[in-house]
Design a protein around this ligand. Sequence first.
Ligand code: ADP
Length: 392
Amino acid sequence: MKILSVNAGSSSLKFTLIELPSREVLASGLFEKIGLADSMYTIKFNGQKIKKEANLVDHSVAVSKLIDELLENNIVASLNEIEGVGHRILHGGSEFTQSLILDEDVLERISKYNELGPLHNPANIMGVKAFMKVLPDVKNVGVFDTTFHQTMDEKEFLYPVPYDWYEKYSVRKYGFHGTSHRFINKTISEYLGRNDLKVISCHIGNGGSLCAINGGKVVDTTMGFTPLAGIMMGTRSGDIDPSIIPFVMKKTGMTAEEVVNELNKKSGLLGISGISSDSRDVEMAAEEGNEKAILAQEMYAQKIANYIAMYNNLLNGADVITLTAGVGENSKTMRKMIVDRIQSLGVKIDAAKNDFRGEFRLISADDSKIPVYVVPTNEELMIALDTMDLIS
Ligand code: ADP
């Protein structure tokens, strides 16, 4: 069965065509600058790469182009081979607790949450509508970043603020990266042959979040009402004292939106190091002795370690810790810095085992009290698997 896994942004559309159940990636690609003058796309398949400019006036045109390319390059012999399209959707509020088949009515309900995810949700919906127009006979499935976290208890998802903020305005913790955390939990649970695992899943990429999972149910996660909360990230601050916002507004004359924009785009690794949001650049500068880069790295590792310790307590002892995403999968330096900061939990890294990138591996020492694994994430595959389950 061939399934398209899609992530539509306001001016982009990323896709992966996956064969299931073999999990083989048949093609992947990116349509960029949709609606702009210099739009273009790249498609990779069978060891080849196509890169073309095209007049992609909207998402439907991009989807039509994608279909044409799949046919012209014999990636699919006919459109009937594409049995389903799975879409990443950022926000399903408290309403959507599972992935589901999309129709006009469901899209209308999802659009109620646009104000909670204004940068992503309208674009995600636009992507679905484009596929509905171009491939009217193919089923579309919505897979949300928020649904996995919907098992959180009130104690965890409420903020200690006036209760009517929650009742009137839906102010609560939603959590994000749910598709990745769910994939990691599934992968490590299958590998260890257990469905009752207590997992601390650390998704550390440009964005980052941790998730405490008990037997497949989320107990807590670090991102909150928006993806700005939690650990320090590439450009995001993570948790800060909210009083800083009006204080900086007064000092600088910025609006609240402008200050929050700086917390989203100019903070984190970038804000502290002054060098880059990319952990590779920060690592290189730190190796050369740049003090701000060293400080940024230490802060980054410490915030993650602090949450791991907190979640170990919340889970009353974790069975396993997993690291994933760009930094977790690739940076042995950051992995070591994090694990070295949770020694109070009896966790120890094995330097030799940690010397690799981009694979599923155990990196903790034999006598580590909690095993630590690197588990590469695959949100596209999780979306395709959900789609297969729902359309079958
Ligand atoms: P996104 O949140 O955009 O999906 P990714 O999961 O792709 O982000 O992670 C991007 C981060 O991963 C960047 O900070 C990048 O520097 C880091 N990264 C990727 N490869 C390496 C590497 N070899 N060493 C250190 N960091 C890496």
